[in-house]
Design a protein around this ligand. Sequence first.
Ligand SMILES: Cc1cc2nc3c(=O)[nH]c(=O)nc-3n(C[C@H](O)[C@H](O)[C@H](O)COP(=O)(O)OP(=O)(O)OC[C@H]3O[C@@H](n4cnc5c(N)ncnc54)[C@H](O)[C@@H]3O)c2cc1C
Length: 381
Amino acid sequence: MTAPMVIIGSGFAAYQLIKNIRRQDTTLAIQVFTADDGDDYNKPDLSHVFSKQQDADALILQSGADFAAQYQVELLANTRVERVDTQAQCLYANGERYEYSKLIFATGANAFVPPVKGDGAASIITLNSLSEYRRSQQALKQAARILIMGGGLIGVELAMDLQTSGKEVIVVEPNSRLLANVAPDFVALKLEQPLRDGGMTLELNDYVTTIAPSASEQAFMVTTKAGKVFDVDCVISAAGLRPNTQLAQQAGIEIKHGIVVDAQLKASADNVYALGDCAEINGKLMAFLQPIILSANALAKQLLGQSSQLSFPPMMVKVKTPSYPIQVGGKFNTDSSWRVGFDKGGVTAEAFDAQNNMTGFVVTDENAKQAFSLLRKLSAA
Ligand SMILES: Cc1cc2nc3c(=O)[nH]c(=O)nc-3n(C[C@H](O)[C@H](O)[C@H](O)COP(=O)(O)OP(=O)(O)OC[C@H]3O[C@@H](n4cnc5c(N)ncnc54)[C@H](O)[C@@H]3O)c2cc1C
């Protein structure tokens, strides 16, 4: 009997791949190993659980067991893969050996927690998965004052949502602006004002050095490099992600920033592939949904013996900050030149490279409605 195709992970990347395969093939044997319970949920919904007063269970779209039945896969939930042997084409989990014909890493990424001193450091909360939210939801619900380490995309989304839900929020960000790697300064500045007006403390150009348990029970005294001290009930780290590559690395598979794969999503070992937040595709990490959708589509074809070449068109990211909606498309950097329009509908800005080619755009507020037409313009450029 031929060994099944094995997928490690049950996040968006894994489940998107399975859905794509099953659209074309209902007989291929698929085994899914996941360290969590395998329930299907939409991870971006974690950005607004506080204002919507949703607990972790409310985010589940389909239980792991129901997903497995619907898509005819064998789901090994709460089963962490401990070791992979790419020579023997097998893996080990729960003390058992399992063979594979093809192996797909969809192991995601871990939230990065910057090194911090103090006995409170072990209580830092991360919110990069449903299970992380489940573990912390009670503490977050009861907290009145919450400090967020990191003012990037996730930090800002969580901060605005916590503020909307009535919490006192402090964001500590090492850069001089929020959304430093996402949006240009003139957009970030416009976001900062309404957040401050709503009572949020933005501590920019600074970072957390120590978290000590405070005198009052279950609270923390957070000290920053600049010497500021904040008394808070919870600390969340939203300081970026690190691709989950340890298992692949131990198996001798090439790793740089993520699991290195080519435009066919092939890793350095035979019959091994990777997609999603764990993968470094043609040198790039892309930890958001649109590249995963395109990757899953291309990889499904590849695994079913059809030819496919993955290419990424200009893509768009929505910053889920409802009181100041922002849509960002394409690429830009500090060398980009900008054509910026401000009107009562918000900002419409196009980015250009040194050859005056349009490379990206940012739209805000009401002007966010222009995002798709700008994306078309960018794709045609
Ligand atoms: C708060 C938040 C908001 C976001 N909002 C947006 C948004 O608006 N738009 C957007 O495009 N993107 C957004 N993203 C990013 C997007 O959600 C992720 O890129 C995507 O969900 C990653 O999916 P994944 O399957 O690669 O990884 P994950 O969902 O992390 O799945 C990894 C899986 O691997 C399993 N696993 C790992 N190691 C092992 C092992 N050894 N054995 C067995 N199983 C293992 C885990 O249990 C898990 O099931 C957001 C992310 C967050 C955290």
